[in-house]
Structure formats: structure tokens, C-alpha cells
Design a protein around this ligand. Structure first.
Ligand SMILES: Cc1cc2nc3c(=O)[nH]c(=O)nc-3n(C[C@H](O)[C@H](O)[C@H](O)COP(=O)(O)OP(=O)(O)OC[C@H]3O[C@@H](n4cnc5c(N)ncnc54)[C@H](O)[C@@H]3O)c2cc1C
Length: 553
């Protein structure tokens, strides 16, 4: 049986050169994995290659909201808000274990960017466009009611607030669950395999990819009828590998987020506000931490590890001081931080905040299909559009009978009849899971994170390695990540399978040595490999926290 694990990866690398794929997707973020899932549901033989880990690009570096993009109403992007707004509900229905309703407070100030009546109307339009259900429709709050919900708000000039529902997600886990679902439906997926160049048929049409396993440096040639460039901020790099260089003029925009312990910033309630210079900021409470972030400064540097500068951090601290004046924070209070980059299509005379987030799809003369832009939230719809196009070209007669069905496909771990069943499931199963020998808190965390895959996680209890001192709950999630979620490096586990480097860096520092030992035994690493993974993780921890000395190269 095929497995979504390191061993399965080796087996797949052994056979990809003999396959004739219908579709090859380059890029394993939410866009690429979403397309892979839709292709698999329509019976297309599909390969996805990702040069880092799945979700290691922008799809683990977002604000982690499944939202309609309220601010785009200001720019009259009604169509996009309506489409993405409706998609929120679909993501929630199919994956309630990674999508949680979050009431958002939008404070209104005298002389602020949001007026009382325009906010009320804007939110009403938003509810209408997104088809929001009755109990989640917007409410308008008085200043007193707003302060009751969030006592830390700046009182000066406060007139009231808009109150509306968005969804909080774990972007990386959402992407991994989409990848797992695609895998279960027959897609071949490889992380740490980079597309390097293209091959063409006698008509000059693109027909294959030379790619490289970044661990062994071994090169492979894979053949495909359709090749899709879903590489987010890297789309132009990939286009440059094609024979015909054409397309849009893109540039990169960076967003940054910082994480603060809730003992220092005890935010009760998610708040969305505009800064005096007109940038949007989200402040969101999450499991004992508060994270704050904003987007949109033009960026020209390293795409793999986008830098968070001291200036970025100071800007966010100033924004916190502006909206929550009672909160006194310094740089030393920032526990962790991340930066993400998105590609934007240049529009004459517009700055990064004003440019549309709409997705764009275009095909080069050689047939390379590129998709850029869009939002995490709209991934399913974007995938549907691209797959419709590809399917029509590959099976011109099949369009009527094979429409996208992903609207109704539950993602791996999200197999609940209705999303409301998720919280009952956690409470009903907690004692049962506790019996394997873990605390009730750990049992609930596993249930909440893995949803209906929990049994697959705890089933490893008898197969775990005895050699390290790791607590059972960590061994279980680590073992599952390696065997069923294609985690290959310690960073895969600590950043994208658990989110701990971002939201619980002390936990990472406490257990990193044992986790690396466990992985080394299971994956038979040499001392040299183990050392390499250790240094790589230390660098990522340093980048996020900058609390220790910079690790050597
Ligand atoms: C700061 C910020 C905040 C955001 N917040 C939100 C939000 O709250 N909600 C929301 O809905 N959207 C949000 N977005 C937008 C959303 O995050 C992105 O639209 C989405 O993650 C893009 O996914 P992607 O798959 O297109 O790109 P990526 O996730 O970057 O994936 C592209 C992948 O391609 C791989 N790749 C590149 N070159 C190659 C190659 N040669 N071979 C193989 N693989 C390759 C990369 O390694 C990468 O993993 C935010 C964006 C930013 C920048």
C-alpha cells in the first residue's frame, strides 16, 4: 500500500520516470495542493512537486484567517468578496478541525478610517455577498459594548464597533490536510523536489519537467500532458525557465506578524483596525498567545526565508500602542515572528495595499499554465477554475459529466456530518483517548488538531520507539507526522505540522534534541545528516525568535 511517508517518497521517486502524467503541478502550497485534489477527483493522473516542504512558502506565513477580505469592499471588489466570502463556509464545512469561527471587532473612532454608518452598511453588504447565516450576521456595538468585549481598546474617541464573524485557521495544517486528501485520492506528491527546467514535444509544446531531489541532488525527468506553475511568489522564476518568457509584470509584497504571550498582551477578542498610515492590522488571541500582523511593504529580497526587520517589529509594537495604549511592550516581549510574501500584479499608480488580490491565470505559448495571486480562503474555487480549464483541454467530451465535486469533499480529518459535531466529538472522545496514557489536555489537543484522524494517530501507541524520553503525546504526533504526513525534517514537524515554532517556541526548545534523536533513529540518519538537520532547525528558531546567538553556517 502507498504511504504518505518518507518510505513512500522513496518508492515514488523510483517510479515517476516511467509514468505518463495527465497533469504535473509545480508548487505544494495551498494553490498547488488544491488543484491536485480537484484533478484527482476527476480521474486525472496527477503529480505534484514541491521544492521545500508542503506549505513552506506563503501558505504557512499568512494571517491565518479564512476570510472574505472585508477591506476589498472599499476598493469595490464586490465579485471577489462575494466569491471568497462564500468559500469561507465551504472550507469550514469540509474542515472544521482547522477552521474555527472567530468574532472580529472593528472599532470605530471619531475621525477614524471607518465611519459608523459606512461600517454598518459595509458589513451588511459583506453578510449579503458572502451569504452569511443568520446567527453569524454582523452586529453594531456601542462604545460601552465594544469595551466590554475588549477592555484594552483605546477609549479616546471610541464611538462603537462593528462585530462580525471570520474564521481562524492553521494555514499550514490546512494545506497538509488538502495534500493528504489528494494523496488518498491517488495523486503522487513529492516534497523537497525542485522543478529545474522543461522539455518540449516536436510542436514546441511543454511536455515534461526535469526536477531534482534536493536531499540527494539526483535529477529525474517526468512527463506530463499539462504543466501547472502554482509557485506563488516564485511564479516568475518558473516562467523564466520556459522557452517563451511572457506574462504579467509582478512584484512582491511582504507581510509580518509577531507573537506575544497573553500574560503580557491579554487580548480577549480578535480586533481588526487601520493604522494612522492606512495599513490594516489584525490582533488575534490564540491558545495563550496574541499575534498581531499586517501586510504590504514592497519586497525585493530572499523569498525562501523572508526577513523580519527590527523596523517591522517596531512598526507593529507602535500599532499595538496606538490601539491598545494600556499594553506596554518592548522588542524583548516578542516571542516569535514570521514574514510572508505574495506576488502582486503591477498596476500603474497603485501601492501594494490597493492592488487586487484576485487570482490570475494565464497560459504561455508553449502551454505552461500559471496561476498567481488569490487568497488561501479561495483556494478551492481557484482550483476548480484551473482544473476546469485543464480538463476541458484533456478530455474535451467529458466536461458535462465531470464537474468539480470538491465543494462536497471532506478534507482529511474533517469527516464530520456537520461542523457543529466537531466540538461534541472532542468532548465525547477525550476520556477514551486519555486512556492510552496521556493527560486529558493532551488528549483534547490531539482530538482538536487531528479531528477524525485521531484514531490513526493513537494507533501508533504500540509501535513507538522506546529510545528517547519524549512524552507519549509528542511521540504519537511525531510518529504520525513522519508516517502519514510526509514530515522529513525537524522543521517540518516543529513549524508546519505543529505550528510550535510560531506559537510555542519554549516547547520547541525543550524537546528539539529528543525529537531530532527520534527522527534520526526512525529515518536512519548518519551523524552528518543529523547535524545538518539540527543546524537547519536552529536557524529557523533563530529567525523566528532571534533570542539566541545566530547559529553558524
Ligand atoms: C502576509 C500575508 C498574509 C496573508 N493572510 C491571508 C489570510 O489571512 N487569509 C487568506 O485567505 N489569505 C491570506 N494571504 C494570502 C495567502 O497566504 C496566499 O494567497 C496563499 O498562501 C498562496 O499560496 P500559493 O500556494 O499560491 O503559494 P505558496 O504557499 O508560496 O506556495 C508556492 C510553493 O511553490 C514552491 N516552489 C517554488 N518554486 C518551485 C520549483 N521550482 N519547484 C517546486 N516547487 C517550487 C515553493 O516552495 C512554495 O511552497 C496572505 C498573504 C500574505 C503574504
Amino acid at each position: 500500500m502507498k504511504s504518505f511517508s518518507y518510505n513512500g517518497r522513496q518508492e515514488l521517486l523510483g517510479r515517476i520516470e516511467n509514468e505518463q502524467y495527465d497533469v504535473i503541478i509545480i508548487g505544494g502550497g495551498i494553490t498547488g495542493t488544491g488543484i491536485a485534489l480537484d484533478c484527482s477527483m476527476r480521474g486525472l493522473n496527477t503529480l505534484l512537486i514541491e521544492m521545500q516542504d508542503f506549505a513552506a512558502g506563503t501558505s504557512s506565513r499568512s494571517t491565518k484567517l479564512v476570510h472574505g477580505g472585508l477591506r476589498y469592499l472599499k476598493q469595490f471588489e464586490v465579485g471577489m468578496v462575494a466569491e471568497v466570502g462564500k468559500e469561507r463556509e465551504i472550507v469550514y464545512r469540509n474542515a472544521p478541525h482547522v477552521t474555527h469561527p472567530e468574532w472580529m471587532l472593528l472599532p470605530i473612532y471619531r475621525k477614524g478610517t471607518f465611519g459608523k454608518y459606512s461600517t454598518s452598511l459595509g458589513l451588511k453588504v459583506y453578510d449579503f455577498l458572502a451569504g452569511v447565516k443568520k446567527k453569524e450576521r454582523r452586529k453594531m456595538l456601542t462604545d460601552k459594548e465594544a469595551l466590554q468585549r475588549e477592555p484594552l481598546l483605546n477609549k479616546k474617541g471610541l464611538l462603537g464597533a462593528g462585530y462580525y464573524v471570520e474564521y481562524r485557521t492553521d494555514d499550514a495544517r490546512l494545506t497538509i490536510e488538502v495534500a493528504k486528501t489528494a494523496f488518498m485520492n491517488g495523486v503522487d506528491l513529492l516534497n523537497y523536489v525542485k522543478a529545474e527546467s522543461f522539455t518540449y514535444d516536436t510542436n514546441g509544446k511543454i511536455s515534461g519537467v526535469y526536477c531534482k531531489d534536493t536531499f540527494t541532488e539526483r535529477r529525474y525527468h517526468v512527463s506530463g500532458k499539462k504543466i501547472i506553475n502554482a509557485t506563488g511568489p516564485w511564479v516568475e522564476n518558473v516562467i523564466r525557465k520556459d522557452r517563451t518568457i511572457e506574462g504579467k509584470s509582478l512584484f512582491h509584497s511582504k507581510g509580518v506578524h509577531i507573537v506575544i504571550d497573553s500574560s503580557k498582551f491579554p487580548l480577549k477578542q480578535a480586533v481588526y483596525f487601520d493604522t494612522p498610515d492606512g495599513r490594516m492590522v489584525f490582533a488575534i488571541p490564540r491558545n495563550g498567545k496574541t499575534y498581531v500582523g499586517t501586510t504590504d511593504t514592497e519586497y525585493h529580497d530572499d523569498l525562501i526565508h523572508p526577513e523580519i526587520t527590527q523596523e517591522d517589529k517596531e512598526y507593529l509594537l507602535e500599532s499595538i500602542a496606538f490601539m491598545f495604549p494600556k499594553v506596554q511592550l518592548g522588542l524583548e516581549d516578542i516571542e516569535s515572528a514570521w514574514a510572508g510574501v505574495r506576488p502582486l500584479i503591477r498596476e500603474e499608480g497603485k501601492g501594494p495595499s490597493e492592488i487586487s488580490r484576485k487570482d490570475e491565470i494565464w497560459t504561455s505559448e508553449t502551454g505552461l499554465i500559471t496561476i498567481a495571486g488569490g487568497k488561501l480562503t479561495g483556494y478551492r474555487k481557484m482550483a476548480e477554475t484551473v482544473t476546469n480549464m485543464v480538463y476541458q483541454q484533456l478530455r474535451p467530451d467529458g466536461m458535462q459529466s465531470t464537474k468539480s465535486v470538491t465543494k462536497h469533499v471532506k478534507l482529511s480529518g474533517g469527516n464530520f456530518e456537520k461542523p457543529e459535531d466537531y466540538s461534541h466529538f472532542i468532548h465525547d472522545r477525550a476520556e477514551d483517548v486519555e486512556k492510552i496514557g496521556i493527560s486529558i489536555t493532551d488528549a483534547m489537543t490531539i482530538l482538536a488538531t487531528y479531528g477524525t484522524n485521531t484514531d490513526a494517530v493513537i494507533r501508533y501507541a504500540d509501535k513507538l520507539l522506546k529510545e528517547t524520553n519524549l512524552p507519549l503525546s509528542i511521540k504519537l504526533t511525531l510518529h504520525y507526522a513522519i508516517e502519514e504526513e510526509m514530515a522529513i525534517t525537524p522543521s517540518d514537524y516543529f513549524i508546519r505540522r505543529t505550528g510550535a515554532v510560531l506559537f510555542d517556541i519554549d516547547w520547541v526548545n525543550k524537546w528539539k534534541k529528543e525529537v531530532i534523536q527520534y527522527m534520526a533513529i526512525l529515518m536512519r540518519w548518519s551523524d552528518e545528516e543529523q547535524e545538518k538537520h539540527w543546524i537547519e532547525l536552529e536557524r529557523r528558531i533563530w529567525e523566528a525568535g532571534e533570542s539566541s546567538e545566530r547559529p553558524v553556517n
